[in-house]
Write a protein that binds this ligand. Sequence first.
Ligand SMILES: [Zn+2]
Length: 277
Amino acid sequence: MFTSSLLLVTFFSTLAHALPEQSLVPGGIALLGLPDYQPETVVRFDGKRVAVFPYEDSWFAIAGIPLNAKPGDHHFSIEHHNGITLKTRIKVLEKKYAEQHLTIKNKRKVNPNEKDLKRIALERPRKRKAKSTRTDAVPDVDFIWPVSGRISSIFGLRRFFNEQERRPHNGLDIAAAEGTPVKATAKGTVIEAGEFFFSGNMIFIDHGQGIISLYAHLSRIDVKPGDSVDTGDIIGTVGQTGRVTGAHLHFAVIANQTLIDPINMLPKNQPSAELNQ
Ligand SMILES: [Zn+2]
């Protein structure tokens, strides 16, 4: 059965920055208040299990909306312990993302050779495994900026490298000098860390229930899989490894195995770059 969509949380933007901001567009996030939440309750969005977190006296589900989601109706299902399943729908609005044209000097990073392709094929399952990690821990969604700096590329841009179209930009690029410390955006456990063909030195941190952050193009990695990190712990340094045009942090966020716009998870204002050093 369908409940009214009044359950949807529409007042988030006026609350403290500690909460993610709802954005009902492809690449955005949907939030759902769960007044009858019990620990056994399972919440799904378009069939995929989503994370549930407490805030003040209630519980909320957070769902990543895929960048390729069609505008129109999408559904949450709330499966209660007693066998009752409630469904509620949200309307995803259309969003047109701009194009970005970049020139990459190392042409192999745009058109990999046969050896590179073999390496990329080996890396793919490692990335997929990290992206689909789900642990039971109550997720920490109170994110901080991993570095301060100019936003050099926003999420969702349709990308052309050396005039060849590639996948859209799936994270947020923050420009910073090589060697700038990178902080864990929230508490969690390192689930993958290593060097990848396109992403360079990269770290994945699991924050619980499928909320995962990712840090790419690092010059140095200071953590290893299995390490526990607290919000703000230094996990590595900004670099320009992998497919880049200069030193920056590529910061990405995954929820229900979906890459989402990190800007909706971060506080409105960055701490100043001076405070960061
Ligand atoms: Zn990027």
